[in-house]
Structure formats: C-alpha cells, structure tokens
Ligand binder design. Sequence first.
Ligand code: NAD
Length: 394
Amino acid sequence: MFQAITRARMAFIRNTTKGIDFRVSQLNALYKCVDENADAFINALRNDFRKPPMETVIAELDFVKNDIKDQLMHIKEYMKPEYVSKSLAVMMDTAYIHKEPFGLALIIGAWNYPVQLTLCPLVGAIAAGNCAIIKPSEIADNTATTLAELIPRYLDNECYHVITGGPEATQELLKERFDYIFFTGSTQIGRLVNEAAAKHLTPITLELGGKSPLYIDDSVPNLEIACRRLLWGKLINAGQTCVAPDYVLCSPKVQKSLIESAQKIIKEFYGEDPKKSPDLCRIVNKRHFERITKLLNSGGKAVVGGQTDPSDNYIAPTILVDVSPNDPIMNEEIFGPILPIINVGSEDEAIDFIKKGEKPLSLYIFTNRQKTVDKFVNQTSSGEHCNQIYSSLH
Ligand code: NAD
C-alpha cells in the first residue's frame, strides 16, 4: 500500500502525468479496458448482486465510456489558460488562471455502481493530469477484484494503483497524505473521511446519499406514464441508487391512481413474480437486507409487494401507504425497492415537509404547472431538481 503511494507520488514529481499526450493515451487505454472487458464486468456485477447485464451496460460501462469521450473532446480546452478581466492597476499585465493538477488523488468508491463510481472520478483525475490510488468498495468484491486485475494491464503502473480491502484498508490509506480525495458513499463514512482529510488540509469531494423526495400532483394528465418513470427510477438497481426517488408526496387521490398503475407496471417490468425476473437486482448483502426489511416492518402498510426472501436477499418492489413521518423508514435513506407514500394536502405542505429534512440529493417534481415547478425551485434547495412538465408530451 505504502509502496504504491510512494511510486505514484514519485511519478507525479517526475511530471509523468502532466503532458497532454500522456493524459490522452491513458484515457484511451481506460476506454479500451472497459470496452474489451465488458463480459468480465457483466459477470462480476452479476455475481455481486445479480445486476442485469443491460443495467451494467447502460449504467456502468457506457457511463464510463461516455465520460472518457467527453473528456477527450474537451481536454485541450480544459488545459488552456483562462484569461481574466483586469483592474486598472494591472492593466498592462497579462492575468490568467493556469490549470494544474492537484498531484496524487485518492478515489474511494461505493458498491452500488461499483464500476462507474470508481472509474468516472479516475477519468477526471487522469484528464486533469493527476496520479491516483483507487480504492473500490469491498462490498462489490467481484467487481473490486476485476478492477484490480484489469487496471494494471491497461494503465501506467507507476501512476495508477488499485488497492483492495475493507474499511481497515481505507482507514490505513486515509492516514497518508493525498493531494485530493474523492469519496462516494454514505454520509456516516463521509464524516470520517472528511475528518481524515482535514488533518492534512486535503481538498475533498464528498458524493453522499440522502432521501430524495418525489412530489406529484393531480395536474399530470397521464399518471400511468408518470408512474412508469417513477418506478423505473426507483427500481433500477433494486432501489440501490443514490438519486432514486426515496419517497412520494401526493394527495390521497393521486396515491390511489399511482397504486393502480404501479400494479400493472411492475408486472410489465418483472412479470407475475418479480423474484423470478432476470431484470431485478438483489440487495447487495445480508446486512443491507436486514436493515431494509426492518424498515419495511416498522410502519406503514404494503399495498404492492412486501414479500422478502432472506435466502436470496430478495425484496419485492413494494409500495407502502399509511406511513407516518416519524416511522424509521422516513428517517434514513432507504436504498432498496420500497416506496413509501406520504399524503399532503397541497404543494405548500409538500415544500414544508421537504424543508424539515436534510437537503435532498435530488428532488423530483411531476406536474403540469410551471408555477408549481417555479415554487419548488425557488423555495427548496437540493443537489438537483428534476422537473417533469407533461403538457408538451400529451
Ligand atoms: P459506505 O459509506 O458504506 O462505503 C463507501 C466506501 O467507504 C467503501 O469503499 C468502503 O470501503 C469505505 N468504508 C466503509 N466503512 C469505512 C470506515 N469505517 N472507514 C473508512 N472507510 C470505510 O457507502 P456504500 O454503502 O458503499 O454506498 C452507499 C451510499 O453511497 C449511499 O448512501 C448512497 O446514497 C451513496 N452514494 C452516493 C452517490 C453520489 O454520487 N452522491 C453515488 C452512489 C452512492
């Protein structure tokens, strides 16, 4: 571990990664690595938590490949100096921002999209001229092993190193000094990583989780289409997606239509018995299975799904009603295929509800009224807003 850090740091000091030719060659090599080994990644992810091949291709491999293409397309522009406006005192000078790499980056990945969450930060690190230590999540261990086998076969062996292992390995790494840390994972572990980074005053990106609400109102002309989109976002990766709609806020009338549509759509997605479907992931491990089933059994009533099977870490796509805001399921990120519905009487009530919690990572507004969208945009704060205006579609 320490040897890898020293080698990567020395490579950076020797300026190995700074030139554009090196960066482009490494980006192309990483593209080749993902492209040529699609089957290996598909198998690893299938073994980790039965991720369907189509989801691996779309949400993992293509994601990384597109990121690489985008960086290659813009790399010259990103590396150019950025000329800035000048005050009278320096009017005769040339003033510009010179772009330089940080140095040695530590990338700590999460397990839920273990290829793209580990490799996309690497793409950025390479394009910006950094060396990197890559620490995939031990929870998706087949994918971690695949990355550890493949990366050294394609990328420069001095500049980029994959280190596998559990929390202890990450903690050992975090004792070392890095020039940048990119962490994806839970808020809880994010705090530990932030503390470790602060000791060395290391700049850091924290890509964390949280509860992402979805508000839907009765102006939506075709609730079935809205429900299909909602369920796609909720059920891809069996709900183990940081930006999955975590819960729904709507009126009792909209709730009734959503439930009717959901029963039909879930059959359409996964057949009569979702457990037999090759298109539904499993919960990643026993610990998360037990955590989610505890949430499922701690309040609310399952009106769709509700079945579980511990032998297979299976949880059926489930909709819960009669959920109280104080129920445990409303007090932590669900990260599973369970969708609680909370009834609200108005959009103002929905906004108040959202503002009482932590800022959402994503906030989804399904409505046909621009005014409603504007109200949510102006009165709430979240990592991103995804607004669906339906009038243009129907
Ligand atoms: P996690 O926090 O358990 O683990 C993330 C990483 O931290 C892993 O590599 C793990 O080895 C390491 N780690 C675990 N325990 C540690 C410890 N005690 N000390 C040091 N390192 C430790 O997260 P996870 O379960 O892998 O991922 C799920 C979480 O990630 C969810 O909250 C999800 O919302 C979030 N997430 C966020 C994004 C985003 O882009 N914002 C994307 C995906 C996932």
